[in-house]
Design a protein around this ligand. Structure first.
Ligand SMILES: C[C@H](CNC(=O)c1ccc(S(N)(=O)=O)cc1)Cn1ccc2ccccc21
Ligand SMILES: [Zn+2]
Length: 262
């Protein structure tokens, strides 16, 4: 689905930032300054209901690898938290660095993590397709979870084992019965939320971001397999490792980041 043309510079950041962005006052990612975030007692607990049977395939689209879900019915849904409507899971993907020192898109008081998981949902109460929702300001909700290097993540291993099959851009492999809830931290009640955008083109300002306070741990070797993926397709002469596929941080521009916890 991501047909947008990306322009790569030799050194990261991964793509040429466009000269102007529609609106441009609610871009993502950002640094979350904890002491400037506002506790909002009206934020409710998140309600996550994922059905592993809706898992379909893994796809290397040249900027990350996506695990895609059947979003033609309300089987894997997200509601509650800052959300007024019900949202449908359509895919999840990650962003990571060339080493463990950086790789996440968001940061907490400037602290970067080795990688960041994005679970992408669209507003199925208001729209009938992802493509419609992606251009609307209340169209998308993305849960972000930081990955820290530590103990091996058993649930992630099934995904890691499938990655060599999608090494090159545009490769797809069947991938079923994966429950993305296994990638969430134990505590999903503590999060920050703010109004933002997609972090890759078309950078549309359609995303309600929900950034988890608690990270998950993955092993060094598991993350190393992410770095064995390639940005380039099998035909290209020069192969380039898929690393540093994160966007540079954007100005907060007067936005308020709310927290669900004190
Ligand atoms: C957006 C879509 C491709 N991009 C995404 O789906 C996407 C999802 C999440 C993130 S992140 N990292 O913020 O979580 C980034 C990109 C394709 N597509 C659909 C309609 C459409 C119109 C113009 C160009 C591309 C278009
Ligand atoms: Zn992302």
């Amino acid at each position: 689905a991501c047909s947008s043309k990306l322009v790569f510079s030799q050194v990261h950041p991964m793509w040429q930032e466009p000269l102007s962005i529609p609106g441009g006052d609610r871009q993502s990612p950002i640094d979350i300054v904890v002491r400037k975030s506002m506790f909002d007692p009206q934020l409710r607990p998140l309600k996550v209901q994922y059905d592993p049977r809706t898992c379909q395939q893994i796809w290397n689209n040249g900027y990350s690898f996506l695990v895609e879900y059947d979003d033609t019915t309300d089987k894997s849904t997200l509601k509650g938290g800052p959300l007024e409507d019900q949202f449908r899971l359509c895919q999840f993907h990650f962003h990571w660095g060339e080493n463990n020192a950086w790789g996440s898109e968001h940061s907490i008081d400037r602290r970067l993590y080795a990688a960041e998981l994005h679970l992408v949902h669209w507003n199925s109460d208001k729209y009938s397709l992802f493509e419609e929702a992606v251009i609307e300001e209340n169209g998308l909700a993305v849960i972000a979870v930081f990955l820290k290097i530590g103990k091996r993540h058993e649930g992630l291993q099934k995904l890691v084992d499938a990655l060599p099959a999608v090494r090159h851009k545009d490769s797809v492999v069947e991938f079923t019965k994966f429950d993305p809830a296994c990638l969430l931290p134990e505590n999903i009640d503590d999060y920050w939320t703010y109004a933002g955008s997609l972090t890759t083109p078309p950078l549309t300002e359609a995303v309600t971001w929900i950034v988890m306070k608690q990270h998950i741990e993955v092993s060094h070797d598991q993350l190393a397999v992410f770095r064995s993926l390639l940005f380039t397709s099998a035909e290209e002469q020069v192969q380039r490792s898929m690393v540093n596929n994160f966007r540079v941080q954007q100005a907060v521009k007067g936005r308020t980041v709310r927290s669900s916890f004190t």
